[in-house]
Write a protein that binds this ligand. Structure first.
Ligand SMILES: NC(=O)c1ccc[n+]([C@@H]2O[C@H](COP(=O)([O-])OP(=O)(O)OC[C@H]3O[C@@H](n4cnc5c(N)ncnc54)[C@H](O)[C@@H]3O)[C@@H](O)[C@H]2O)c1
Length: 361
């Protein structure tokens, strides 16, 4: 796999919170740590990011005061109330006070869990996100959504709260397993589909099996998310567009958990195929566009299998956070790059979309 991304320039992206990008991030983070005069410095990692990412981060910071490391098991199971309680207790035992800084170093699991932990312990301590997976770089680490799962209900408990800053360092992608890279790529495809046709077309022909997305691509995704979030931080309208593919995708992800688990982005890829069908039927996306986009996503995720029970999926969608008045609501596309949110669709329509998805697999 071609992985040399070391020669590109660094960028600075302005956002609700600063998003530092590339090599420059280390200096920025160093300054923040020095100026903040924090009472304690903590790193939250999972076992993989402890081994693969924390050493690089620590050696890239020129001066670092004494710190503590909190480590959890990798995987979605750690985004749970049980793990959160253990972490609250650990912070309490370490006598962490409100002037502490926590640095979340990991994928979306760590940034979601760490943001919630930092936002709730002592009613809030300072935190910074250092995303290490592609999915966390382009999506999970910015936008202020933090939280945990409540048993099988994804992201059921959480907070809207921004970190002090997000440090996006694409070098971390060097050690990310290929399947994880493709999972993050699904969210980039979503960014193109909901906001930027030209970007979508660039991504649709990108060889994600053999290449790491360029820094420009990663930045474009970050910008799309930032622009949407800045207009609707609390997700009352436009921000719901970022849920394209997620109503069906989350249900598939949950249903698959016990049998053959799918990665978040893999489930979202399947969800986008089904929701392209719904976009054609309910929001007038031209049929040729719907079919072409579905085929392109399918080609990128051609090895995915899916054997979920449609009734189980419908039941899971009944608990979707976007529902209103017991109606299942979708974020769909009117055109490539033009979303439409809050589209209520009945069980018959959803079943047809799931049948269509089954045919595609
Ligand atoms: N808050 C949001 O806005 C938002 C948006 C999208 C997704 N999410 C959440 O993000 C989570 C999924 O994120 P994810 O796909 O990053 O999962 P993840 O955090 O579980 O990371 C995936 C795997 O990659 C490993 N890993 C991460 N970085 C690595 C690196 N540089 N080198 C080697 N291994 C590395 C992790 O240890 C883990 O095993 C889900 O919980 C989802 O709900 C949140």
């Amino acid at each position: 796999m071609a992985k040399d991304i070391s020669n590109l320039d660094s960028f600075l992206v302005e956002s609700i919170n600063p998003i530092w990008f590339g090599e420059d991030s280390f200096n920025q983070l160093q300054n923040l740590i020095e100026k903040g005069k924090y009472s304690k410095l903590l790193f939250l990692v999972d076992e993989n990011t402890h081994d693969k990412c924390l050493p690089y981060l620590l050696q890239s910071l020129s001066k670092i005061p004494h710190y503590e490391v909190l480590e959890v098991e990798p995987g979605e199971e750690s985004k749970s109330a049980e793990v959160l309680v253990q972490l609250w207790m650990a912070l309490s035992e370490l006598k962490v006070d409100r002037q502490a800084l926590m640095i979340n170093v990991g994928g979306g699991m760590i940034t979601d869990l760490g943001g919630f932990l930092a936002g709730t312990y002592l009613r809030g301590i300072h935190f910074v996100n250092v995303p290490t997976s592609l999915l966390a770089m382009v999506d999970a680490s910015s936008g202020g959504k933090n939280g945990i799962n409540l048993q099988h209900l994804k992201n059921r408990v959480g907070l809207f709260l921004n970190p002090e800053a997000v440090c996006v360092i694409p070098d971390f992608l060097e050690t990310l397993p290929e399947q994880e890279l493709r999972s993050g790529f699904a969210e980039m495809l979503k960014h193109g589909l909901i906001a930027d046709k030209a970007y979508w077309e660039e991504l649709a022909t990108f060889d994600i099996e053999n290449e790491i997305p360029t820094q420009e691509m990663i930045l474009r995704s970050i910008q799309i998310k930032k622009e949407i979030v800045e207009q609707d931080f609390r997700e009352t309208g436009l921000r719901k567009a970022l849920n394209f593919g997620h109503t069906i995708g989350h249900a598939i992800e949950t249903a698959a958990m016990d049998a053959e688990p799918l990665m978040h982005g893999e489930a979202i890829a399947l969800g986008m195929i089904a929701e392209l069908y719904l976009s054609e039927k309910y929001t007038a996306l031209p049929p040729a566009d719907a079919e072409k986009c579905a085929n392109q996503i399918r080609a990128l995720f051609r090895d995915l299998e899916w054997n979920c029970d449609i009734d189980e999926l419908l039941q899971l969608m009944q608990s979707d956070k976007k529902n209103k008045k017991n109606q299942i609501r979708f974020s769909l596309l009117r055109e490539i790059g033009v979303p439409e949110v809050d589209v209520a669709i009945g069980e018959k329509g959803i079943t047809e979309a799931l049948d269509y998805l089954k045919q595609k697999l």
